[in-house]
Structures are given as structure tokens and as C-alpha cells.
Write a protein that binds this ligand. Structure first.
Ligand code: FAD
Length: 471
């Protein structure tokens, strides 16, 4: 192979890689999209829920049209149940889309690759990148790899984009530092089930030590699974044992659904999945990382695909600005790094908290119950889970003061909540320093992750940001 100069080489051609290649090629840039796989092909074990912001992008980009042959129902509501407290609400609208979809990954990934090719990206399958080329000052200027059909190859470009997943070779070769990292937090069994009623709802449940979940996917099937904290994940030998484990878990949170599971059939084998959590510095001289390569989080909030699509859009905008000379490329990539962090950081933290599958305190449960009684709060809470409402917009003192009006006094409120209501609701604005400090201590002690987010919202925004070193 020669050394023709591309504008961008994208390593990895699934969600984030195909999306960024499509967006750059559509703007007339010369893009080489490489993957060691062929398409269509299945991914490693992963479910496939896409939240409204991701669906909105797929619709705008014409990807959904290509999925028309797959029967995928719209999911319009999410339910987050904690113990006996049931919160269910319609999804907020994002760019005209207020539904989620769960198309099969093989079809989705293939549709994205075809969009990239049709927009003009050169797609090279069965091509594995093994090394990066650098110029004298260390800037990445290309890749070296091996292709099944043509053997060793060398290609050059103005920018090399690592969209090569959580074990990113690109990230390893540039030595991208990780931050906010944590090991695997939860681990799940999940599968496809047939014969269940196709309700357009994602249901997730929290009970001590278990997180059951279910939603409709394609061709009349339903995804059914349970996550456990990784330390207590029950390693089961045979499929029948897992059937029993999963149905028993559902029996604790939704006996009606457990009975339906017992009376219907699993359509596939049990799959298991677990990933560590990290953000990686997503840019440097001549390179950028996108999708899981730059940010991998626990699958419990099913946000990897949506954030991969949104990050791909941010990166394509930045690379376009850098290539057309609007902004020097290094500055454009640094701006991408900041925007990527702003996009994912809070939801990433929320996901890590979720993935601990910790029991909710009585105070947290009382607040979730209040949310379930307030349509506005319920929808916003569901929107936080669905990456449609930034956590910082939901976890505000003003929002929570309103929420106190929906507390169910008749149910006998926990002491901590009564004290908080008095401190936050009763005191005039601005709060006097003493009650405010007491309220903060109560929030920190009794409201768990919710409390941490609330306290964070009371603090001024951090500027300048040093995390990830986006200069
Ligand atoms: C159990 C589980 C369940 C999940 N459920 C959901 C869910 O319901 N919803 C959701 O949004 N997300 C979910 N996710 C996360 C989601 O799968 C990822 O966020 C998403 O796949 C990231 O896409 P990507 O394109 O960045 O990377 P990937 O999909 O990992 O694609 C990377 C590509 O890079 C290629 N590649 C790697 N190295 C090289 C190389 N050296 N040379 C050439 N090519 C290379 C690979 O072949 C691959 O095709 C789940 C994850 C797991 C583990």
C-alpha cells in the first residue's frame, strides 16, 4: 500500500468510529475507516438500548432508515423501582425524539458502516492497526498495520482517531492517561426472552444486592437480566441454574413478571458482561479517542452507545474546524476534550454510583417516592438515567425544595427528611449559614449519591478544569 495522505484515519468501525467517519466524510474530508472485523458481525456480548439523544442522532443521520427492515418497537417510558416505590414516567423529548430503541447491534453497526461508506469514507475491513507513525516532534501522523487481503500497510493522515473500544490499541500506543477510574462494579446475566407482552417500557429495579432489568428489543423479543455487585455475583454453572437465579431475583421485585418468565421461554443462551470504569484523556498531538476507547462505564445505565454517538459528533465538529483551518488542530482537539468531559462526566459519576447497587436509605426512598408523585420530577429523573437531562440540572436545591411538596406525610417520613424539609423549605432564602451547614451535613450523611450530586450543585462551577489536562 502506498502512503496516500488522508485527512483522518479512524481505527475501529462500530458505533463511535463509523459515526465520526460518516460525519467527516459527509463534510468532504478524506477518511479511512479501518476495522479488524468484517461487517455485518456481532459485537462481544452487549445489550443494545439507545436513549433518546442517541436515537435523535441516528434519525438525523439517516441511520434509522436503514434499520427499517428490523422490527424494533419504540420505547416511550422508563421505570425505576426501588423496593416498593415505583417510579415510571415518559421519556423527555430530545431534538423531537421522545423514545428509545433497542435494535440488534449487528444491524445497527452495519447500518452505520454503510452510511460512512456512502458518505465517501474508505472502509477497510480485516485491517488491524498495530503501530502509530510519528513525526520528529512526536505528533502522530499515521498508522501501520496488517490487512488480511493486502498484508502490511502504512497510511498517513492529519489526525488518527482511536475508536477501537475499551481495550483501545490506539490509547495504549499514545499512553493516554486514565482518570476517575474504578474497577468492575457490577456484573450481569442477561438474555433474550420470547412470549412476553411487548410493553414499551424499560423497567429497572433496585432491591438489596440485585438490579433486575427488562425491555423490549427486536422481533418480539424482550431483554431480561439481573446485575449484581461484582463481589456477590453468583457464578452459576448451567443455563437452568441461571434461569432460577434470575426468576428468583424478579420474584423479589415484580412477582407478576417473575410468574410470566416462569411460564414463557428464553430465546437464547445466557450472556454475561462486565466492564471497568474509566475516562481517558481523549486527545493529544495528532490523535483523539472517541467512544469506549475514551470513556468506558458500567453498562447498568445503558449509556455507552448514546454517549459514543454524541462524542463522535463533538469530535467530528472539532476535527472539521481543525482541518478547515478555522481553529488550529491542537486547539480544536483540546476543545473536543473539554466538551467530551462536560458531556459524559456527571452521568459517568451517576453510573458508577448506580453500579454499586447499594440499598437506598429510608430518606432516599422517601424522595424517590415523592418523585413518583410529581410528574415533572419523575420525568426529569427518568431523563437523567436516559442521558436526556444533565444530572446538574436535576440535582438542584430549588428542584428538591419543590420536591418536598410531594412527600407523603401519611406514610410516616424518616426523621432525616423531616429535618431537611424544615431546614431547606422552612428557612427563608438565602439560608442562614447555620441551618445551611446542618442541612449539608444531613444531605451528605443520609442521601447517598443523590446527596453528593445535590451538594455539588450548590458549589460554583469548577474553572479552570485541570482534570484530563485539556489545554
Ligand atoms: C454487557 C454490556 C452491555 C451493554 N449494554 C449497552 C446498552 O444497552 N446500551 C448502550 O448504550 N451501551 C451498552 N453497552 C456499551 C456499548 O457496548 C459500548 O459503549 C459501545 O459498543 C462502544 O462503541 P465503540 O464504537 O466505541 O466501541 P466498540 O463497539 O467496542 O468497537 C470497537 C471496534 O474497534 C475494532 N478494533 C479494536 N482494535 C482494533 C485495531 N487494533 N485495529 C482495527 N480495529 C480495531 C474492533 O474490532 C471493534 O469493531 C454495553 C456493554 C456491555 C459490556
Amino acid at each position: 500500500m502506498g502512503s496516500r495522505m488522508y485527512d483522518a484515519i479512524v481505527v475501529g468501525a462500530r458505533i463511535s468510529g463509523a459515526a465520526v467517519a460518516f460525519l467527516l466524510a459527509r463534510r468532504g474530508h478524506r477518511v479511512l475507516l479501518l476495522d479488524r472485523a468484517t461487517f455485518p458481525s456481532p459485537t462481544a456480548s452487549a445489550t443494545n438500548l439507545i436513549h433518546p439523544p442517541g436515537v435523535a442522532r441516528l434519525r438525523e443521520w439517516g441511520v434509522l432508515e436503514r434499520l427499517a427492515e428490523t422490527r424494533v418497537p419504540r420505547i416511550t417510558r422508563y421505570g425505576l423501582q426501588s423496593g416498593p416505590v415505583r417510579l415510571e414516567a415518559p421519556l423527555p423529548e430530545v431534538n423531537g425524539v421522545s423514545y428509545a430503541l433497542s435494535p440488534p447491534r449487528t444491524a445497527l453497526d452495519h447500518a452505520l458502516v454503510r452510511c460512512a461508506a456512502d458518505a465517501g469514507a474508505q472502509v477497510r475491513e480485516e485491517a488491524s492497526v498495530q503501530e502509530l507513525l510519528r513525526d520528529a516532534d512526536g505528533t502522530v501522523v499515521g498508522v501501520r498495520g496488517v490487512s488480511k487481503s493486502a498484508g502490511a500497510f502504512t497510511e498517513k493522515a492529519a489526525v488518527v482517531i482511536g475508536a477501537d473500544g475499551k481495550n483501545s490499541k490506539t490509547a495504549q500506543l499514545v499512553g493516554a492517561a486514565t482518570y476517575r477510574a474504578e474497577p468492575v462494579l457490577s456484573k450481569s446475566y442477561w438474555t433474550y426472552w420470547e412470549g412476553l407482552p411487548q410493553e414499551s417500557v424499560v423497567r429497572t429495579y433496585r432491591a438489596p444486592g440485585i438490579h433486575p432489568f427488562t425491555w423490549p428489543t427486536h422481533d418480539g423479543l424482550t431483554i431480561v437480566g439481573v446485575a449484581w455487585p461484582s463481589a456477590t455475583f453468583p457464578a452459576a454453572a448451567a443455563g437452568d441454574d441461571i434461569d432460577r437465579l434470575v426468576i428468583d431475583a424478579f420474584a423479589e421485585v415484580d412477582p407478576g413478571l417473575a410468574a410470566r418468565l416462569a411460564g414463557t421461554a428464553r430465546a437464547g443462551r445466557w450472556l454475561t458482561g462486565a466492564v471497568p470504569n474509566f475516562l481517558r484523556r481523549p486527545h493529544g498531538p495528532g490523535w483523539a479517542l472517541v467512544g469506549d476507547a475514551g470513556a468506558t462505564r458500567d453498562p447498568i445505565t445503558a449509556s455507552g452507545i448514546t454517549h459514543a454517538l454524541l462524542s463522535a459528533e463533538l469530535l467530528a465538529d472539532a476535527v472539521d474546524a481543525g482541518l478547515t483551518g478555522d481553529v488550529p488542530l491542537p486547539q480544536a482537539l483540546a476543545a473536543y476534550g473539554r466538551r467530551r468531559d462536560d458531556l459524559v462526566r456527571d452521568h459517568y459519576d451517576y453510573t458508577r454510583d448506580y453500579a454499586r447497587i447499594a440499598a437506598h436509605s429510608a430518606e432516599e426512598r422517601a424522595l424517590i417516592e415523592a418523585m413518583s408523585r410529581s410528574p415533572h420530577h419523575a420525568r426529569a429523573m427518568v431523563g437523567v438515567f436516559a442521558t436526556a437531562v444533565p444530572p446538574a440540572d436535576f440535582y438542584t436545591r430549588a428542584g428538591f425544595r419543590e420536591l418536598f411538596d410531594y412527600l407523603n406525610d401519611a406514610a410516616g417520613l424518616p426523621l432525616g427528611i423531616r429535618a431537611l424539609r424544615l431546614l431547606l423549605h422552612g428557612a427563608p432564602e438565602p439560608l442562614a449559614a447555620a441551618p445551611r451547614a446542618l442541612a449539608d451535613r444531613l444531605i451528605a450523611a443520609r442521601l447517598g449519591p443523590m446527596g453528593r450530586l445535590l451538594l455539588r450543585s450548590a458549589r460554583p462551577a469548577r474553572t479552570p478544569r485541570t482534570e484530563g489536562n485539556h489545554r
